[in-house]
Design a protein around this ligand. Structure first.
Ligand SMILES: Nc1ncnc2c1ncn2[C@@H]1O[C@H](COP(=O)(O)OP(=O)(O)OP(=O)(O)O)[C@@H](O)[C@H]1O
Length: 302
């Protein structure tokens, strides 16, 4: 993840009247991912997104899209963005194709061939010549996404895209968002209040509560064992072990230290080489759900 982030939120604060709705939110969104923005209802997800797309002013701090300040250079920054924040505007009595044609004509520099591409990306080929009024919610959303990506935005922002979708619709959304990141290199930023959906859909999840960022979790890394976990070593002399390692904490006849998979093996070798007896090693794993519940005080997530 050495690339420059596609989005940088830097100390973003939103005040309305005397109320601080977003409180010094600082967050980097890496390029090319499906990035989840998770928080209970009322935590400030929509407010943050509205600031990202210029529907709401930023009280303090700034948002940079592809390094460009939303506050100072909005037109240039927003050119990189496609978004569905409120219901996308569509003509129900026209076909999906006619809708896309209409929007393509309004967007400068979008060639007609691009329409076929976006239809394929969202998997609407079979129904694109039917009237939108006959579409399911999931299909309308696909059309909305197709419309939002006509100009090949580097960043696609979707506010609660799974709301109202059935499990099949959610699965399809997941699949075509993945296709979009792979085939066009688009970064997708999705908000949700449901942890279970975010876990399946996203590479990384940022959690907010009451307008504050409380955690960022790399879900991919945790699957392949790169993520550091609290690891408990039972040894004959925990104090000596801590001296040797220079980190961790002792608890009775064992000590706990934050390590990834490879480090566990290294630490074990060092302890043995130093003459310590290692009686047991245990990775203290907690499910993502447990962690989020703890972080949000057992709130409404999940
Ligand atoms: N214009 C406004 N004036 C006053 N308070 C507002 C305004 N807009 C939002 N809020 C408050 O800010 C907080 C965050 O709202 P926001 O809609 O961003 O949350 P959310 O995480 O998107 O939740 P939801 O999933 O329910 O939409 C809420 O407490 C909301 O009542």
């Amino acid at each position: 993840m050495s690339q420059e982030p596609i989005v940088r939120l830097s100390n973003v604060t939103k005040r309305i009247g005397s109320k601080t709705i977003i409180d010094r939110l600082t967050l980097d969104i890496p390029s090319g991912q499906v990035f989840g923005f998770l928080g209970p209802n009322g935590s400030g997800k929509t407010t943050t997104i509205r600031m990202m797309v210029g529907l709401m002013s930023i009280s303090e701090g700034d948002i940079f899209i592809q390094g460009i300040s939303v506050r100072n250079d909005f037109e240039k920054a927003i050119a990189y963005v496609g978004a569905i924040v409120e219901n996308p505007e569509m003509y129900k009595f026209l076909t999906g194709y006619q809708n896309l044609l209409h929007f393509a004509r309004m967007s400068p520099g979008v060639p007609k061939e691009r329409i076929q591409e976006v239809i394929k990306l969202v998997g609407l080929e079979n129904r694109i010549h039917d009237k939108v009024k006959t579409y399911s919610l999931g299909m309308r959303q696909r059309l909305g996404v197709a419309q939002a990506i006509l100009h090949r935005p580097r960043l696609l922002i979707l506010d609660e895209p799974t709301n109202g979708l059935d499990p099949q619709g959610i699965r399809e959304l997941r699949d075509y968002l993945r296709v979009l990141t792979q085939e066009e290199g688009t970064t997708v930023f999705v908000s949700s209040h449901l942890l279970s959906e975010m876990e399946l859909m996203c590479d990384t999840v940022a959690v907010i509560q009451s307008g504050k960022l409380i955690n960022v979790q790399d879900l991919k890394a945790s699957q392949v064992g790169d993520q550091a976990s609290e690891t408990m070593f039972e040894v004959d002399n925990p104090a000596q072990a801590l001296d040797l390692l220079g980190s961790g904490r002792a608890e009775g006849d064992h000590f706990i230290v934050l390590l990834n998979r490879e480090q566990i093996a290294e630490v074990n070798s060092r302890l043995v080489a130093a003459g310590l007896k290692v009686y047991g090693i245990q990775v203290v794993t907690r499910s993502l759900e447990d962690q989020f519940l703890e972080m949000t005080g057992g709130g409404t997530i999940g």
